[in-house]
Write a protein that binds this ligand. Structure first.
Ligand code: B12
Length: 249
């Protein structure tokens, strides 16, 4: 009887991925090291991502690898999914590759000794799409913030409890599904009712400026790179309304 020698191959569609090339991928980098990172994410090459990221770190700073390699690669995976070229298995291995890369870069970015403040981050209840949140975590930590990472699929009650416990300068939420982002409005109502006035920065593919600016405390985060600038503003005493004014208009 034939046995499966390599279970990883169950998830490989050879018509889409093969011989070091993700068919249909349109993005590329002129830089050889970044090209390898891009390719590993797009192909979901979890076996080689560590090697190529470590190699890229020899000549590039971690932020360049995150922005021009890992995020760019994952954006391309999103496009391939939207166009029906990629399916769940490809998206899973691509996200695993990206997360491994983020972890390596995060280690290299280091952590500032003196913390500027605390930020609570989470991915919405019912939602397991946590790549955006992981990027936000890495960038906040790199900029000197203590991050209380509540993870993915976090119940509304847990977010509110964490804010009460840790008294952060800012709380963030990520949602990739129209069905899950509705939790943000419930969180905002609960926080306001309990007298909190901290900014609640919400981002993620499903979320729009119109939606987030429709509830109290809500500030829309289009890009993960905005998170530390927003936290700096909150630490410097800006209210959620002033943050919205500055970042959302
Ligand atoms: C990767 C992916 C997955 C992976 C997730 C892995 C992981 N660990 O996250 C896997 C394969 C597991 C998956 C599963 C599913 N997925 Co999916 N997935 C995707 C895909 C292809 C890419 C999403 C992604 O990670 N993008 C990259 C990240 C970095 O982007 P991002 O989170 O938006 O973050 C950026 C910004 O939004 C911003 N940001 C985000 N958060 C924050 C926070 C702050 C504070 C700030 C400032 C900024 C910020 O910064 C980032 C850029 O710098 C999208 C397609 C698409 N076009 O988006 C579908 C998509 C999100 N998935 C979808 C669906 C339906 C599912 C499933 C239900 C499929 C199924 N039938 O099982 C399940 C979900 C199960 C669940 N309960 O959550 C739908 C959602 C539809 C909708 N609008 O409701 C999409 C849109 C695909 C589609 N067109 O149908 N998925």
């Amino acid at each position: 009887m034939a046995t499966v020698a390599n279970y990883a191959n169950i998830f490989v569609r050879y018509d889409l991925i093969g011989a070091g090339e993700a068919k249909g991928a349109r993005v590329s980098s002129k830089d050889a090291a970044l090209q390898k990172v891009l390719q590993c994410v797009i192909e979901g090459d979890v076996d080689n991502i560590e090697t190529v990221v470590v190699e890229a770190l020899e000549s590039k700073d971690p932020m360049t690898i995150i922005n021009d390699g890992l995020i760019k690669g994952m954006n391309e995976v999103s496009r391939l999914w939207d166009e029906g070229v990629y399916y769940l298995p490809q998206a899973i291995v691509a996200s695993d590759a990206m997360l491994t890369g983020i972890e390596i870069c995060e280690e290299k970015l280091g952590k500032a000794i003196e913390k500027k403040g605390t930020v609570v981050t989470h991915t919405a209840e019912g939602d397991i799409h946590d790549l955006g949140q992981k990027i936000v975590n890495a960038l906040l930590r790199a900029n000197g913030y203590e991050v209380i990472d509540l993870g993915k699929d976090v119940p509304v009650d847990d977010v509110v409890a964490a804010v009460k416990k840790h008294q952060p300068v800012m709380v963030t939420g990520t949602a990739l599904m129209t069905t899950t982002m509705t939790a943000f409005e419930r969180i905002s109502k609960r926080l306001s009712k309990d007298g909190f006035t901290l900014p609640f920065v919400c981002g993620g593919g499903a979320v729009s400026l119109e939606y987030v600016t429709g509830f109290e405390l809500g500030v829309y985060g289009k890009d993960a790179s905005q998170a530390s600038g927003m936290a700096n503003d909150a630490v410097n005493g800006m209210s959620w309304g002033q943050l919205r004014e500055k970042w959302n208009s």
